[in-house]
Design a protein around this ligand. Sequence first.
Ligand SMILES: [Zn+2]
Length: 164
Amino acid sequence: MMVKYNAILALLLLTIACQSQQKQASPKTKEMNYKVQKSDTDWQTELTPAQFNVLREKGTERPNTGEYNLHFESGTYACAGCGTALFKSATKYDSHCGWPSFDDAIEGTVVYQKDTSLGRVRTEILCANCGGHLGHIFDDGPQETTGKRYCVNSLSLEFKEDDK
Ligand SMILES: [Zn+2]
């Protein structure tokens, strides 16, 4: 009887172990307490397929192709998923990396998460309101300001011009 129990227990533990491993390997946004919680189906209805790939599946747009890569107007860049204002145009600079780059984010609007995909250790940046994937942050930004480079996909952003 005991042997049978142990066998069941072992099987159960193995199942749990496999499941948690699968969870880790998933590229999807980890379930956190984001204010905006939507199903993939809802996101797919609201976003274009390219936006969905970046924001919800952590895709990356090809360098030098994004709408805002060389965009320098006065205004605010908001999350394309939920509309939260994330970056001010005053913090945008040309880093020549092929993606929109900012040396700072509007306080409290971005969350940082360790990303070990592609065999590298990077810091992923996500919208603090909806968990949408924005890009990554690097330490090679302008030394005269923060030294940070927020490397963001244009597809994650929506520009709102300042009122004139
Ligand atoms: Zn958002």
